[in-house]
Design a protein around this ligand. Structure first.
Ligand SMILES: [Ca+2]
Ligand SMILES: [Ca+2]
Ligand SMILES: [Ca+2]
Ligand SMILES: [Ca+2]
Length: 348
């Protein structure tokens, strides 16, 4: 992989084998490296004509048709000319160009994209930021999913979003529910100005939602892997006869990665979630029983650090922590890595 001249890169399991592959977005085309396991990668040409997808600025993997597989959208931009974006539908593991059919050409000088169900109708929408350089000032684009494999742009005057100022170029954008009220909000930066935060006040027409807070995988008798992150896990919400699918990842990952494990799902009129499943990248699986909607649901393992401890998972070694129970920790679990290191961890 040495010498890959990339502009941005992202991780995504493009071939659905459970291992996250690498996607390099370059001025000269897209380059994919398939994850072979054991930290080995090899070049892949899984995307049709990927070498011709030039000037990619960002990508997002999302299930636009709720068929359980993740589709792929590249936004593209150049200061010299208008460039169409590229959208691939995942059809049984093969990627098919549906850019025009889905109404996602856009053109112009697009910079970044985030996906989320902004009106909670059960169909994932897109928000694309735009650079002003090409055709004068342009506003960002909110593309609502019509739930029929097409998208429609919401006219700028109807979004309530402030027009970008002259010379204010769109940049990062994240779909995040700031208040945890079930309505996804927008946080968007610009290259030469300030951040903007847009609170979502869209009428949701009694649509429902659920936020899945994904914790770490629980080690089992069969799999005590220390690859214990929830990042990259595939999460499915089964509601009514529909299945909603997302992967745990930063919502603005191509430009500015963050650790964000709260997945927002719009559920439409569905009122009862049958189950939620999580497939972690280390092979461990988790599932919940049925649950009501319009709430936050925890899945997986969470840690909190008692006073005097520190680190994301209380990794500061506890003096005298050699036997269970740990001092001052009440009910705790001890995990060992190798022969020499022991940590006390207190399940939340
Ligand atoms: Ca893969
Ligand atoms: Ca799909
Ligand atoms: Ca929607
Ligand atoms: Ca909100």
């Amino acid at each position: 992989m040495e010498g890959v001249a990339g502009l941005w890169f992202d991780v995504a399991d493009l071939d659905n084998d459970g291992r996250l592959d690498l996607v390099f977005m370059k001025y000269t085309g897209v380059e994919v490296w398939k994850n072979m396991g054991n930290y080995k990668f090899k070049p892949s040409t899984i995307l049709p004509r990927q070498e011709r997808i030039k000037n990619v600025r960002a990508m997002v993997q999302f299930d636009y048709d709720n068929d359980g597989d993740l589709d792929l959208y590249f936004v593209r931009g150049s200061s010299g000319r208008s460039i169409p974006n590229t959208f691939y539908e995942n059809v049984n593991g093969k990627y098919v160009d549906r850019t025009s059919a889905a109404g996602l050409v856009l053109g112009g000088y697009n910079v970044h994209v985030t996906a989320g169900d902004f009106n909670n109708d059960g169909c994932v929408d897109l928000y694309v930021t735009v650079n002003t350089g090409l055709e004068g000032r342009q506003d960002d684009k909110l593309m609502l999913n019509n739930c029929d494999k097409t998208f429609s742009e919401v006219p700028a005057g109807r979004t309530g979003m402030k027009s970008r100022n002259k010379n204010e170029d769109g940049d990062n954008v994240h779909a995040v529910d700031v208040q945890m009220d079930g309505k996804l909000d927008i946080i968007s930066g610009s290259m030469n100005s300030t951040w903007r935060y847009y609170k979502n006040t869209t009428p949701t027409d009694n649509n429902h939602w659920i936020i899945v807070r994904v914790g770490a995988p629980r080690p089992s008798r069969w799999n005590a892997s220390w690859l214990r992150s929830e990042m990259g896990a595939l999460v499915r919400v089964f509601c009514g006869d529909q299945i909603f699918t997302q992967r745990v990842n930063s919502p603005g990952r191509s430009h500015s990665a963050s650790h964000y494990n709260m997945l927002h799902f719009g559920l439409g009129k569905c009122t009862k979630v049958k189950k939620i499943t999580v497939h972690y990248v280390n092979g461990i699986k988790a599932a919940t029983a049925s649950t009501l909607v319009d709430r936050i649901k925890n899945v997986g393992l969470f840690f909190r650090c008692p006073k005097g401890f520190e680190g994301a998972q209380c990794k500061k070694r506890v003096p005298g922590c050699s036997a269970n129970p740990c001092p001052r920790m009440g009910l705790c679990e001890i995990y060992t890595r190798g022969n020499s290191r022991r940590f006390c961890k207190l399940p939340a």
